[in-house]
Design a protein around this ligand. Structure first.
Ligand code: NDP
Ligand code: F7E
Length: 319
């Protein structure tokens, strides 16, 4: 990729898009274009096509999506399927119509069947039933993969698809109701420590296993794929290691320095029992994750203290 190539990072204010933008700048790319949602609603196909016609991008990273944790997915399936299908349709089609050289679409490990063998190999896609809590989101993601592959076959495009495991890092969503588990636990334990609460509620049984990848690692993997990979076949991106939610909660508790009790609430959903990616394909392509989970949690907590906790405290004092 030429360092003067014109690149659109869709979703640049989110967890992944912001990490991709940082990574591209560090790699020396000079022409990165971004738009906020209020400047350009990516669900609006006509506006997106007009924007692509004006800008004439060489490369596109599609990191804009409707994203949320297990309860947000369970409770808002209509929004998850609608927004994601619209965003994907608009951006992928506009990329084809304006001859973008390469587009990277971001799927998710939730595209795999709920009870697939572990670790999850790319070939397990569409071999069984999906996890019900995020079926609508997963179906939209599978449609995105299939759209990229169909365009490659019929129109000769080079649209590639990466399947990340569960992610975390700076600029994550820390809202306890809609976020994923890791930012939710950071926030809940931090607030419990500040308020002297004797326990923190952890959803579900604590037994499900999850794999966690730092967004900076994912961004590096995406930039690497954009440089070296040309196929439509999906590629998993993870660390190759997982742990139980109870073990994760203990790690977060240690990082935050919270001494209270973890109280598991079985009324909330566990979701998929295990979701560990087989990352051997990505390793063969010359990439491996670098940020250890404990170090990643510690740096994410520092980011949270500076950017979320400090601002809530400022607001509380002003009120
Ligand atoms: N987080 C995770 O654990 C995982 C994420 N992924 C995938 O990675 C990608 C990025 O996720 P992540 O960074 O976590 O998500 P975030 O919610 O952090 O960021 C999503 C971004 O998309 C933008 N966006 C959403 N809807 C629109 C719209 N209609 N028009 C324009 N922009 C829009 C948001 O803009 P605004 O800031 O204005 O709201 C935001 O910048 C997604 O495809 C997701 O499915 C895959 C696996 C795990
Ligand atoms: C990335 C992936 O993310 C979603 O799936 P998920 O892996 O189930 O994501 P999650 O992070 O929300 O939960 C992981 C586990 O953790 C438990 N858990 C405990 N306590 C809290 C808690 O406080 N918040 C949350 N959210 N979960 C908690 C929770 O009960 C579950 O057992 C998909 O919908 C879809 O969006 C997707 O692709």
């Amino acid at each position: 990729m030429d360092r003067d190539a014109k690149i659109f990072v869709a979703g640049h204010r989110g967890l992944v898009g912001s990490a991709i933008e940082r990574n591209l700048l560090a790699r020396g790319f000079r022409q990165i274009v971004t738009r906020t949602r209020s400047q350009l609603d990516l669900r609006d196909g006509l506006a997106v096509l007009e924007f692509f016609r004006q800008e004439q991008f060489d490369y596109v990273f599609l990191a804009a999506a409707k994203v949320g944790g297990i309860v947000a997915n369970r409770d808002m399936p209509g929004e998850f399927i609608r927004d994601n299908l619209f965003i994907q349709m608009s951006v992928i089609d506009a990329a084809y119509r304006t001859s973008v050289k390469k587009l990277l679409f971001l799927g998710s490990s939730c595209i795999y069947p709920k009870l697939a063998p572990q670790p999850l190999k790319e070939e397990y896609l569409l071999t069984g039933e999906l996890e019900p809590t995020n079926e609508a989101y997963a179906v939209a993601k599978i449609a995105g993969i299939k759209m990229c592959q169909a365009y490659n076959r019929q129109f000769g495009t080079t649209f590639i698809s990466a399947m990340p495991t569960n992610l975390y890092g700076p600029r994550d969503n820390f809202d306890p109701q809609t976020s994923h588990v890791l930012p939710a636990l950071i926030r809940k334990m931090h607030e419990a420590k500040e308020n002297g609460s004797p326990f923190v509620e952890v959803w579900g049984s604590g037994r499900p296993r999850r794999e966690f990848l730092h967004a900076d690692d994912l961004a590096d993997a995406c930039a690497h794929l954009m440089e070296v990979y040309e196929e439509g076949d999906i590629v998993n991106i993870g660390t190759g290691e997982d742990l139980t939610i109870r073990e994760l909660a203990e790690l977060v508790r240690a990082a935050v320095g919270y001494a209270g009790e973890l109280r598991f609430n079985p009324d909330l959903p566990d979701g998929t029992p295990r979701k560990l990616l087989d990352c051997s394909k990505m390793e063969r392509l010359g990439w491996q994750a670098k940020i250890p989970l404990q170090a990643g949690i510690a740096s994410t907590y520092r980011w949270f203290l500076k950017n979320i906790a400090a601002k809530s405290e400022e607001r509380r004092i002003l009120l």
